[in-house]
Write a new protein. Structure first.
Lengths: 463, 64
């Protein structure tokens, strides 16, 4: 069976031309063939998957599907609590942790009739990676297993790209959905802060953490976000707003859509590779040809956004894990140990200055987008690097293209923009205004459907 | 911020944070002092004493 998108599978299931059991078995077969090499799943749940699939099939045959996610194989990043199923956060500290209740996002996906394929590999506590000294090995890039997936939603990126799942949950504090989406050649959106409940998901940095969908296409992400979004009183940061139809603008075209390019981020502040630049330039030309109005946008340097976001992230993370850092530091992997140590070097005043800078930067972006619908920049500096070539202190190695939109809280999506000379995916990032995810999907979907990149899967897949 | 992080200063900071590190870990941490100092300088833009924090996103109609 070739790998359908979530939207394609949903249509076939609704027409009773595809059985959820058949679809799930095909995903399980791919998992069996490839997870040994990719380490996308830390804990496959084959029996649960087939049980979910059979229940979905019976229900659909009787009453039709509840919605597009009914019968769809998906995975949950292993920092998302799952009742009765181990949730380790890829850490020795939680090796034996079995939650009593589902995280809100897990419960919502279950209620929508999804098929749980398993718990997905993550960086330890959704922090830096890759780590080779934690409870399980890191995920590898399905396009070339010597290469990094990015993280921390590393397993989700690998599992979607290789067709083991049709969609999955990621979380994003500084780029942990968009980075793996970029390097694994899939679609991933960090929604507006507060749109998707964080209840039951291990924290990384409270004021930056966002939960979101990762899937093959923007349309698939829209369908998944439709289920995930909405107020949850268990999350104190949860936005209390009506949930719109995230698919409403798909297929509406781009005529008159106003796109700003934050060109200096990826051309001057931290120049991307020539292939990534080419992908962005081609995308800009595509958008212009489609009738969008494209202009340049100037913000503070990327390094300013990176500094504010990083100082906030370091401090909030150090606070969240302070007790364990003080008493069990050596039980973390080395990479996370290093990150946690940084908390000792950042003062309360440093943190406050970073949060004041955050307001200034957010105001800048708001003003810059006053007459725009979306802005666009790089999602990653190049193709995926080798997995053993990640800098020891990567937070200081180069500024992040993704953290500006955690700093601002705005929704931001990574989509595939082509393939580089090594055959690895290229990417770009589309950013919308708060709670305007539908517009982000509109632009991303138009780009995907107007280009041929979604037609190519990793050669390693035994389809 | 001092240009270098002395051993005594680092020990004081680690002690205040309640962290116990090996000598190798302390040496590793000292290697990023300059980068971290640069990061801290970037968030210290010229601003008045009344400049507010971003307590919440507080999205308004103007954002949409």
């Amino acid at each position: 069976m070739s790998i359908p998108t979530l939207a394609e599978a949903a249509a076939l299931i609704a027409a009773k031309k595809l059985s959820p059991v058949e679809l799930t078995q095909a995903c399980l077969d791919r998992m069996s063939a490839m997870n040994g090499a990719l380490n996308a799943f830390i804990l496959p749940t084959e029996e649960r998957a087939l049980s979910d699939a059979r229940k979905a099939e019976a229900a659909i045959m009787k009453n039709g599907p509840m919605g597009p996610l009914h019968g769809i194989p998906m995975g949950l990043k292993d920092i998302v609590d799952t009742a009765g199923i181990p949730t380790t956060c890829q850490s020795k500290l939680l090796a034996d942790n079995i939650p009593d209740t589902d995280a809100t996002c897990a419960a919502k996906l279950a209620a929508a009739g999804t098929v749980l394929m398993g718990k997905l590999t993550t960086h330890e506590f959704a922090d830096g990676g890759p780590s080779f000294d934690v409870v399980a090995p890191p995920a590898r890039n399905p396009w070339n297993t010597d290469h990094f997936t990015a993280g921390s939603s590393s397993g989700t990126g690998a599992a979607v790209a290789s067709g083991m799942i049709l969609c999955g949950i990621g979380t994003d504090t500084g780029g942990s959905i968009r980075g793996p989406a970029a390097l694994c050649g899939i679609a991933g959106i960090k929604p507006t802060y507060g749109l998707v409940s964080r209840a039951g998901v291990a924290p990384a940095a409270f004021s930056l953490d966002t939960i979101g969908p990762m899937a093959w296409t923007a349309e698939d992400c829209a369908l998944m976000l439709q289920v995930l979004a909405g107020h949850d009183p268990k999350d104190p940061a949860s936005a209390d707003r009506p949930v719109p139809d995230y698919s409403a603008l798909l297929g509406k075209g781009l005529k008159g859509v106003r796109i700003g390019v934050i060109r200096h981020f990826h051309e001057e502040d931290s120049p991307v590779s020539a292939p990534v630049q080419g992908g962005i330039d081609n995308a800009v030309a595509f958008f212009r040809d489609a009738g969008a109005v494209v202009s340049d946008v100037t913000l503070s340097p990327l390094q300013d956004w990176h500094a504010a976001g990083s100082l906030i992230s370091m401090t909030e993370r150090a606070a969240a894990y302070e007790e364990w850092a003080r008493t069990r530091l050596d039980e973390f992997g080395e990479r996370v140990q290093r990150r946690l140590m940084l908390g000792a070097l950042v003062s309360g005043v440093d943190y406050v200055q970073a949060v004041r800078r955050r307001r200034e930067l957010r105001d800048e972006l708001r003003n810059a987008m006053r007459n725009l619908d979306v802005v666009l920049t790089a999602a990653a500096p190049g193709e995926a690097p080798k997995i053993d070539a990640i800098a020891r202190w990567d937070v200081f190695a180069s500024p992040s293209f993704t953290i500006p939109f955690n700093v601002s809280g705005y929704p931001a999506m990574s989509v595939c923009s082509g393939f580089g000379p090594s055959g690895l995916p290229l990417s770009l990032q589309i950013v919308g205004k708060p709670f305007q995810e539908a517009t982000v999907f509109q632009v991303a979907d138009a780009f995907e459907k107007g280009t041929a990149f979604r037609g190519k899967r990793p050669a390693t897949i035994a389809a | 911020m001092p240009a270098t992080l002395t051993d005594d200063a680092l020990d004081y900071l680690l002690d205040s944070a309640g962290l116990t590190l090996t000598e190798a870990q302390k040496a590793d941490l000292k290697t990023i002092h300059e980068s971290l100092t640069a990061m801290k300088a970037r968030v210290r833009q010229k601003r008045g004493h009344m400049a507010e924090l971003a307590h919440s996103f507080g999205f308004t109609a103007e954002d949409l």
